[in-house]
Design a protein around this ligand. Structure first.
Ligand SMILES: *Cc1c(COP(=O)(O)O)cnc(C)c1O
Length: 428
């Protein structure tokens, strides 16, 4: 095997983590916008994309916005206003209030809580789907019984335990903002992610499963809420002959050109999911016999969109690895490996992997925020839990031992086999 690694040549063209896949229809709708001269944040493409996404997700109203982060911001702001009323001048709607948030996610999930002057309290991850842990959420409500908002993400296209989370939230009268940015097309108990929250967001960023180069969507079943988001996203103009403003507004609407790209892409969603699923299954097959597992999901209740395939190295097969705030180091060891070694190897052969999202409670910007684990602990975990081998800080553990694999749907089976071979060689 070692010999084989030495004869593998780097890929001539980079194998990406997840790059856009264009089909030709996108260009047609972009040209249509040019021909009709609708080069603005309104037009047929925008209307059509809203209709198509609402239809696909089974949600009544979709509002096309400039990006997923904008959708999450307005969703979070709206939730704050619903819960606590109109904010004081120059204040966010969440001022003085704590919000429970997914911990192991992209920071775009949780930053809107800060935009609205709220305080995120991070809820640890569960090992069955790598999403928000319902047990930790229960504990958090015991510690902070006044919290009324939960922001929850579905990581890497795998639905979290959203039913259990909904039940807990209902019990405590809390609203849910659902971040389905990565999980467009993924289903839980036959229902689309992005349809479970009170307010939901998806993203059409360049590396997502359907892309417009950028763009996002706000989803809700309430017409009033959809109208409100439409108004806020276009500078909150009142109905008057001049620019009249009673509320703070934003320039968050989707461009009709971007919408043309999304419009051309949407009908390929199921094809993209099938390709990503094949990649996931080929990895799972290819790693048989290695001390690793794939990012897990609830096989009974969920159908992921398989956006990114990820790997978790068994504890006993980890070589020594340390990470400072911005630099990793590791000591290679026979029969063992670590995410850093695998990522370095992939890079050497011109393939792109990525560490797992570094949990928010480990981020310098959120170092003072609360963090709750399944056993009710948080920061400054007592060693007793660790000594007893009980679950503590699942997110930190997955970050330490996991990584995202090249998951581009244009990667060929032959190229993927080489990547599998390279990863196998890291354990020799
Ligand atoms: C991509 C992403 C977002 C943000 O979407 P943008 O369109 O890039 O603003 C939010 N949350 C998660 C989990 C994401 O992966």
């Amino acid at each position: 095997m070692f010999v084989k690694k030495n004869i593998i040549k780097p890929f001539e063209n980079k194998i990406w983590l997840s790059s856009p896949t264009m089909h030709g229809d996108e260009q047609k709708w972009v040209n249509d916008a040019f021909e009709k001269n609708w080069i603005t944040t309104a037009g047929e493409n925008v209307n059509e994309v809203e209709r198509l996404v609402a239809e696909y997700t089974g949600v009544k109203y979709a509002v096309a916005l400039s990006c997923g982060t904008a959708s999450l911001h307005l969703a979070t702001k709206l939730a704050g206003e619903k819960l606590y009323g109109q904010p004081k001048p120059n204040c966010g709607t969440l001022q003085g209030h704590k919000v429970f948030c997914s911990d192991m996610t992209f920071d775009a999930t949780v930053n809107p809580v800060a935009y609205e002057d709220g305080e995120a309290v991070f809820i640890d991850t569960e090992p069955q789907t790598w999403n928000m842990c319902p047990k930790a959420l229960e504990k958090a409500f015991e510690i902070y019984p006044d919290v009324k908002l939960v922001v929850v993400a579905h990581l890497y296209g795998i639905p979290g335990k959203i039913d259990e989370i909904r039940k807990i939230c209902d019990k405590h009268g809390a609203l849910i903002v659902e971040d389905a940015a990565e999980s467009f097309g993924a289903k839980y108990k036959g229902r689309e992610t992005g349809s479970f929250g009170d307010y939901c967001a998806i993203s059409f960023n360049g590396n997502k499963i359907i892309t417009g180069s950028s763009g996002g969507m706000f989803l809700t079943n309430s017409k009033d809420d959809a109208d409100k988001i439409r108004k806020w996203s276009t500078q909150s103009r009142e109905d008057a002959p001049w620019y009249q403003h009673e509320e703070i507004g934003y320039n968050y609407r989707m461009s009709n050109i971007i919408a043309g790209v999304v419009r051309g892409q949407i009908k390929y969603i199921d094809e993209h999911i099938a390709q990503k699923k094949a990649i996931y299954e080929r990895y799972r097959e290819g790693f048989k016999g290695l001390p690793v597992t794939m990012n897990p999901f609830d096989e009974k209740n969920s159908e992921p969109n398989y956006w990114l395939s990820c790997l978790l190295i068994n504890k006993e097969a980890m070589c020594r690895q340390v990470r400072s705030e911005n630099e990793p180091m590791y000591i290679p060891e026979h029969g063992k490996s670590c995410p850093t070694e695998i990522l370095d190897t992939l890079l050497k052969y011109n393939a792109e992997g990525r560490p797992i999202w570094k949990p928010m409670h480990m981020q310098p910007i959120y170092r003072m925020n609360g963090f709750v684990t399944a056993n009710g602990n948080g920061r400054g975990q007592s060693n007793a839990y660790i000594d007893r081998g009980e679950a503590v800080d699942i997110g930190a553990d997955i970050f330490e031992r996991g990584l995202c694999l090249p998951s581009d749907n244009k990667m060929t089976a032959e190229q993927q086999d080489i990547i599998i071979e390279l990863i196998r060689s890291c354990f020799e």
